[in-house]
Design a protein. Structure first.
Length: 505
């Protein structure tokens, strides 16, 4: 049985009273909207009175100022908040004052959604408002909103309880307009990326989320079971191998906003469910990919914020191209003083020990180098920087470097000390690819749970011939964090993953 607090009981009693008065608190007919709150506040002037003479708007009641036979209230629609003025004798011109005295003053609550008709005017204090001529109840709210103190438009204690914010995002969005603004900007960001790619002839596609082999990245997958086929399936950790199959099939530029799943830890930059933008372009290489990436991100930043600059955690980051480029070996040498370029696995283990970096027996050369870079170098790169030319052991899907033996043509884009993108000149030699997969199996046998499986169908696709290709994966949530100034991935996910809610017995 549902346990109700005092406020919830009172609101349910009001619901019953409305029904007794013959008022449906959840009416079925549409309510026509002619204006938005933002449009009225931005565009109304006394000279434009005729354009705002017949307003029909709906919104949620956010506050009420009782003045007896007249009230000021504030309603909030999807665009912003606006003040309304409601007068008893205009709402109830006859003898029956029930609609004002009982319904408006006693049976409505903060959080209720109403529809109003009226006209715009400017109050004596200079505030653009709506003079209400009619109102109707569109939704009765049965759960009180969290209390947020506000004065002169400034919020003093917006809901800061993280458990509440992330678990009840719907309420967080109602009371914290800045949160809604963040997600609107994220949509602008995604649309800007789509426009950039579409304008250059790229084709947006969809590839499987349920996969028989979790390929395309080094990560631990979620496992599920298909009852009809009686086989295990994996939620995708990446869509790379399917997009490359499409390049084999003859498409020259494909992209996908891919919802991926990795059965790993959760922190301020990791969520088990997240979005990666991946795109692959035939007849290009990683040098071309660096150029196109910095141009795309510069344009995206402007579309999202109106400028190439953004501030996160008090630090200004500028997305204006071009970006710095440095090899991973040079980056490690710069920040540790150690040249690891000629080291074998034993030497790398000694270097990790010297740098106080923890290792285990399952780690091969690639993982050891990754630990050194991640632990000692990554945090130093605040402005957009391409870390290039990785060791072959770190990149099982990447083409060998054209000039530097033992390296591959790969870059990672680091911004504000975090990896934002990973890109390659893609490996298209099926024999070399098979050998790289086999090396991954050996790591798996040593206990590396993130090592790659062999995808035999992908190898078969490569044997048909994949043209020289450049590919990239960009972490959409991490990019969104940067462009909206958020320090936690949970603040750019509408519904982040949380522990099960504790139920009060």
């Amino acid at each position: 049985m549902q346990e109700l607090n005092e406020q919830e009981i009172i609101r349910r009693d009001k619901l019953k009273e409305l029904l007794a008065l013959g008022i449906d608190p959840y009416p079925a007919p549409l309510f026509e909207i002619t204006h938005t709150a933002k449009q009225i506040k931005e565009e109304y002037t006394p000279e434009k009175q005729e354009q705002f003479k017949h307003i029909s708007i709906a919104g949620r009641i956010m506050s009420v100022r009782d003045m007896g036979k007249a009230n000021f209230a504030v309603i909030q629609d999807s665009t912003t908040r606006i003040q309304i003025y409601i007068k008893r004798d205009e709402i109830c011109p006859g003898e029956d004052k029930t609609l004002y005295d009982t319904v408006w003053k006693k049976l409505l609550d903060i959080g209720d959604i109403i529809g109003i008709k009226g006209y715009a005017f400017i109050t004596k204090t200079g505030e653009t408002s709506i003079h209400v001529e009619q109102f109707s109840i569109l939704t009765k709210s049965l759960h009180p909103l969290p209390v947020v103190k506000e004065k002169d438009g400034e919020v003093f204690d917006a809901v800061s309880d993280l458990e509440f914010k992330y678990r009840q995002r719907y309420a967080d969005l109602i009371v914290n307009p800045s949160v809604r603004d963040t997600f609107i900007r994220i949509t602008k960001m995604k649309n800007a990326i789509r426009s950039f790619l579409n304008d250059r002839g790229a084709l947006e596609v969809d590839t499987p989320v349920l996969q028989s082999i979790p390929g395309g990245a080094i990560a631990r997958p979620f496992v599920t079971h298909h009852n009809a086929l009686d086989i295990p399936l994996y939620l995708r950790i990446a869509n790379e191998l399917y997009l490359k199959r499409l390049i084999v099939g003859g498409f020259e530029w494909v992209y996908e906003f891919s919802r991926n799943f990795r059965n790993e830890g959760m922190d301020r930059t990791h969520n088990p469910e997240f979005t990666i933008l991946e795109f692959y372009v035939a007849y290009k290489d990683y040098l071309w990919m660096m150029d196109i990436t910095e141009r795309m991100l510069e344009q995206t930043a402007i579309a999202t914020n109106g400028t190439t600059k953004t501030t996160i955690d008090g630090i200004e980051v500028d997305f204006k191209a071009p970006y710095k480029r440095i090899s991973i070996y040079d980056a490690i040498k710069e920040h540790t003083g150690i040249d690891i370029s000629q080291m074998d696995e034993a030497g790398l283990r000694d270097a990790c020990k010297q740098l106080h970096i923890q290792t285990d027996a399952s780690m091969g050369k690639g993982k050891l180098i990754d630990e050194i870079f991640g632990g000692k170098c990554e945090a130093h790169y605040i402005q957009p920087t391409f870390i290039i030319d990785y060791p072959i052991e770190m990149s099982p899907l990447t083409k060998k470097h054209r000039d530097k033996p033992g390296l591959v043509e790969r870059f990672e884009l680091i911004i504000n000390g975090k990896e934002i993108a990973n890109a390659y000149s893609e490996l298209n030699d099926p024999i070399d690819q098979r050998e790289r997969f086999e090396d991954q199996v050996k790591l798996m046998e040593r206990g590396d749970e993130e090592a790659m499986y062999i995808d035999y169908d992908f190898l078969r696709a490569l044997e048909y011939g994949m043209p020289p290709t450049a590919g990239i994966g960009i972490g959409i949530e991490r990019l969104a964090m940067l462009l909206t100034g958020q320090v936690s991935i949970q603040d750019v996910l509408l519904f982040p993953q949380l522990k099960p809610e504790k139920k009060v017995e």
